[in-house]
Write a new protein. Structure first.
Length: 346
């Protein structure tokens, strides 16, 4: 999305320096009204710094940040109309759940009678209607996360900021809360910026994803486009698993496309016994022989690591009844459609 009057949030050539170190460099981004955008990247990529500048906890060294067309670079955090959910939830430990939800309404001068109705409605919406008088310490991690989301949304801010919102939860709770966050986003329609290092979380929740490295944007696109058409080797490896096919034994010759490498996702590679009948469409496929190094069973998926020449390839297939299972040391045949291979920048 290009910068325009329709963008609710804009970063315009923002740089943030800590002494002589640049945490974010020349960062430009436009987020549309009602969009769910995730900033994804490894530790030190600048993603949290970008969010903290948007939240008003850090000031840009250069550049500008706009919300609804108005510059907020010099506006303190309490002067920005936005809800924030932190990784550690930041609930007030000495206040009940009900009082935690009332607090932002009090700060905005909402009448007591209206506060009661709003809190009751929000507690029911996040499935905590019977928990209003409990203290945060009496809640599970998932319940605390629901309270944090409810508190961020109850005053109806136009912008919602999520800082590693599910990082403190176990896998099952994370998956449940991903569904809850998606549901709340559909219902409330808030422009949402989420920062995470969790690729699955980003793919599940987002309308678009920003992948950052070294304080700069590597790629910005929809989850489907980022996964299926990564711009370079870093994005391919960071957003899921990737097989880099830069080996003549895999059909790659560097002189054909200088400055690029071919990549295929593990689920696009088929595995069969070494003596299996050749596929009928073999003229459209790259076919190689290899030795199984490892087999990992992961419930609905089975993952193989196969040595082909000097390259180790990953194969991921869904478990099915009657499926042939290979063990380390087995000779196997791998094949993939040449059309599924993506050419990446180095």
């Amino acid at each position: 999305m290009e910068e325009s009057a329709s963008a609710q949030i804009e970063f315009r050539k923002v740089t943030k320096m800590y002494g002589s170190v640049a945490a974010v460099t020349d960062f430009s981004l436009a987020v549309g009204r009602g969009e769910f955008l995730t900033i994804l990247g490894p530790s030190g990529s600048g993603k949290t710094t970008a969010l903290m500048m948007l939240a008003g906890f850090e000031a840009p060294t250069k550049g500008d940040i706009l919300i609804s067309g108005m510059s907020v670079a010099a506006v303190p955090s309490y002067g920005r109309d936005q809800g924030i959910v932190f990784q550690n939830y930041a609930l007030f430990p000495h206040l009940t759940v009900r009082r935690n939800l009332e607090f932002p309404l009090e700060m905005r001068g909402v009448k007591a009678s209206e506060r009661v109705a709003l809190v009751e409605r929000m507690l029911k919406r996040v499935h905590l209607g019977a928990f209003g008088e409990r203290m945060p310490s009496q809640l599970s991690g998932g319940q605390q996360q629901r309270v944090a989301l409810a508190r961020a949304l109850i005053a109806d801010p136009p912008v919602l900021l999520l800082d590693e919102p599910l990082g403190a939860l176990d896998r099952n709770l994370r998956e449940q809360m991903q569904g809850e966050i998606k549901s709340l986003h559909r219902e409330f329609g808030k422009t949402t910026i989420c920062v995470t290092h969790d690729q699955e979380e980003a793919l599940t929740l987002s309308d678009r994803i920003v992948v950052m490295r070294g304080g700069q944007i590597e790629q910005l696109d929809t989850p489907e486009a980022l996964y299926g058409r990564p711009a370079n080797r870093f994005v391919a490896n960071f957003l899921g698993e990737a097989n880099i096919l830069d080996d003549p034994e895999l059909g790659y010759h560097k002189k054909d496309r200088p400055g690029t490498v071919p990549m295929i996702r593990p689920e696009r590679v088929r595995i069969a016994a070494g003596n299996a009948v050749q596929p009928a469409d073999q003229d459209q496929r790259q076919i190689v022989s290899g030795i199984v190094e490892e087999m990992i069973y992961a419930g609905p998926l089975r993952k193989y690591q196969v040595r082909v020449g000097r390259t180790s390839l990953i194969v991921r297939e869904h478990v099915a009844s009657g499926q042939e299972i290979f063990k380390p040391g087995d000779t196997v045949r791998l094949d993939w459609f040449r059309a599924d291979v993506r050419s990446l920048s180095e």
